[in-house]
Design a protein around this ligand. Structure first.
Ligand code: ADP
Ligand code: MG
Length: 656
């Protein structure tokens, strides 16, 4: 168990804003901060203690050394590490994380430290990958690839929580990383009109994944039994301005103003609050409620060495915000993490997957071309990694496209059905319109009299059924009868009339608007010698039906157009889908090709090895024979010497 380290950093005051004679001031003594009245008396209740307090005299290196250096060392040894800057806008978060040319910040200092340390670590081999992302409006954007936006967060056993489709660049020098950071900053500014607003509302996360394995294991014949691979993740985070959060109060209650709230930052506050509570009261920690807390989950109460730098603006006008920052920092100080080395014994690590190949290729070139080859391999690995990411992204896009297509198809089917309904409606309406005028006004009257003469009664009349019902459009046919008055409220508006008369509003309107007719509704049907009015009503009815028909026809046309547009969209989507499939299979092919090339190289290498082994055996055999023959020669020589000695000895007495 390890507590999170919390440091407070005061930026220098803005010269114009300070008036020492009337301002309350923050005083720093050792690692304690307290607020004082202008005359120097401390304000009670405003005093906080932290692991480190840096006043304006500290530069970035002086902050880095005690607070971050140990995290970097630990990350190189396989521990996750996180450092983030929290504070209100303009309090110095970006200055602390990025720094300036003269005073490099934590990120460049950490990058240099990582490469310096791994260069000195001779017993391990490292593979470093970096990524750079931004969370803006709860969307994750890749800062290393322009247009790579709205990336989802995934979780897997092998990789833990990760951002799918995020570009991860394999790097082998600090210069390379600094270049990538510059590229990220440029991409962030791209097309942005108000950069200040964006940077105060977005979080940036610079991430290094450090993999390493013991060098000795490289010499081992069987890679699967090699030493464990260590994989650690280092997050360096520049958070959005905390001013809105501070205004929500110590309890983290929601801001009442309907303005923009940075959800991630608010959830971060909630997560820290929960984590700072003692174990029993703690309950559910809402990591999943925001993108930021999800990504930083291991850093907060999980497996990571974490440092928080809370930046504070010293001016009087910022005192309330600063107090909020200090309260946040005090709660964060209570969090404990459970830190352990991340070791992997499976083939999952990228390094492990490729180290044998690197070693063998290095052996093959032996000496002169090894550096060139290393570059080639690095590039090949980068390419492969990229194509893997590309494939993953394409698959995701394809899935989304498929979903969209399915939804569109559903929509089209729905429209088609509506169209068919409307077509049939139109046909039946036309039929009724064309038949009606053929009837004589007399017949219409006859029909009307059959319907018990109650047609033009006022709505107070409860009885249903009228002659217009016989002529109403087919869309109303499914209704058994007009609704009774009880079904409606007290007010009789136009809709009610419409429903009561099942579409025959025109006639009623006419009758209502013409007082003469309205006054004598019943005699109209009782006196057949008033044909002018009846014919008039008939033709009005025809006219109204024709208008209705025209309206439906227009609707039909509009729907047809909509349908056509949707069909075109669907075709376009299909084509896009098709091309995505193409791209996917192409990238697969490329992948296959790279794999095949690799295998070919490996085969050749094995052949070479085999030949080498045979050669070695031959040499051994020859040297054995050589030794044997030399032994024989020596033996022969010795014998010859002995014989000649004997001969000499025999010769001497005979002479004598
Ligand atoms: P934030 O990222 O919190 O919004 P910045 O880092 O952009 O704030 O800082 C605001 C301004 O204050 C910048 O001009 C920055 O250069 C300056 N500044 C912040 N901290 C320091 C510091 N410790 N020393 C010198 N200048 C600083
Ligand atoms: Mg900033």
């Amino acid at each position: 168990m390890e507590k999170i380290s919390v440091a407070i950093r005061f930026r220098p005051p803005t010269p114009t804003a300070v008036d020492p004679s009337s301002d309350r001031i923050w005083k720093v003594e050792d690692n304690r901060i307290s607020l004082h009245w202008p005359l120097g008396t401390p304000i009670s209740g405003v005093s906080f203690a932290f692991d480190y307090v840096f006043d304006q005299s500290y530069n970035n290196t002086m902050v880095y050394d005690p607070l971050i250096k140990s995290i970097i060392r630990a990350a190189i040894n396989g521990f996750n590490g996180t450092a983030f800057a929290y504070g209100q806008t303009s309090s110095g978060k970006t200055f602390t994380m990025n720094g300036s040319e003269e005073d490099p910040g934590i990120i460049p200092l950490a990058v240099k430290d990582v490469f310096r340390t791994i260069e000195m670590t001779t017993d391990r081999e490292f593979l470093i990958r970096v990524s750079y992302m931004e969370i803006y409006n709860e969307e994750i954007n890749d800062l290393l690839t322009l247009g790579n936006q709205k990336l989802p967060i995934h979780e897997s056993l092998e990789r833990g929580i990760y951002v799918a489709g995020l570009r991860e660049e394999i790097v082998n020098s600090s210069v390379q990383v600094i270049e990538l950071l510059k590229l990220g900053e440029e991409n962030r500014h791209f097309g942005e009109t108000n950069m200040n607003t964006r940077s105060s509302r977005s979080h940036t996360i610079f991430r290094m994944v450090i993999e390493s394995s013991a060098r000795d294991s490289m010499e081992s014949e069987d890679v699967s039994n090699a030493d464990a691979i260590r994989v650690s993740v280092l997050n360096l985070v520049d958070l959005a301005g905390s001013e809105r959060i501070a205004k929500t109060g110590a309890g983290g209650a929601r801001l009442k103003e309907g303005k923009h709230i940075n959800k991630s930052l608010m959830i971060l506050g909630n997560v820290i609050n929960k984590l700072s509570e003692s174990g029993k009261q703690r309950g559910h920690i809402p990591y999943r409620d925001s993108k930021l807390t999800r990504i930083l989950q291991p850093a907060l109460g999980g497996n990571s060495k974490t440092s928080i730098i809370c930046t504070v603006a010293p001016e009087e006008v910022h005192i309330e915000e600063s107090r909020g920052t200090l309260q946040f920092a005090s709660r964060a100080k209570r969090i404990t993490n459970c830190v352990q080395v991340n070791e992997i014994l499976t083939d999952a690590a990228l390094l492990k997957r490729q180290k044998q190949e690197i070693e063998e290729l290095r052996e093959k070139l032996q000496g002169s071309h090894s550096e060139v080859l290393e570059q080639v391999i690095l590039k090949q690995r980068n390419d492969m990694h990229k194509s893997e990411l590309e494939r993953e992204k394409l698959a995701m896009e394809l899935e989304e496209e498929r979903k969209r297509r399915a939804a569109l198809e559903l929509c089209i089917k729905d429209q088609q059905k509506k169209l068919e309904d409307l077509s049939s409606l139109c046909t039946s309406d036309y039929a009724s319109v064309s038949i009606q005028p053929k009837k004589s006004s007399r017949t219409m009257l006859d029909d009307a009299s059959v319907s018990k003469h109650n047609v033009l009664r006022t709505p107070n009349f409860k009885a249903v059924g009228d002659d217009f019902v016989m002529k109403r459009p087919s869309c109303f046919m499914e209704l058994d009868s007009s609704p009774t008055l009880e079904a409606f409220g007290n007010t009789a508006d136009e809709d009610l009339w419409m429903q009561l008369n099942k579409g025959c509003i025109t006639d009623l309107d006419m009758l209502q608007l013409t007082p003469d007719i309205k006054c004598q509704p019943l005699p109209l049907f009782d006196m057949p010698h008033e044909p002018v009015l009846n014919e008039d009503a008939g033709s009005k009815r025809c006219h109204s039906l024709a208008t209705e028909c025209d309206f439906i026809r227009q609707q039909l046309e509009a729907l047809r157009e909509k349908y056509n547009i949707m069909e075109t969209e669907c075709t376009l989507l299909n084509e896009e889908n098709f091309s995505l499939f193409g791209a996917l299979s192409l990238s697969k092919q490329e992948n296959e090709q790279i794999r095949a090339e690799k295998e070919e190289l490996l085969d050749k290498l094995n052949e070479e090895k085999q030949k080498l082994k045979e050669l070695k055996k031959d040499i051994q055999r020859f040297s054995l024979e050589f030794v044997k023959k030399t032994g024989l020669q020596v033996a022969l020589h010795t014998k010859l010497k002995e014989v000649s000695e004997k001969m000499k000895a025999l010769k001497v007495p005979s002479d004598g």
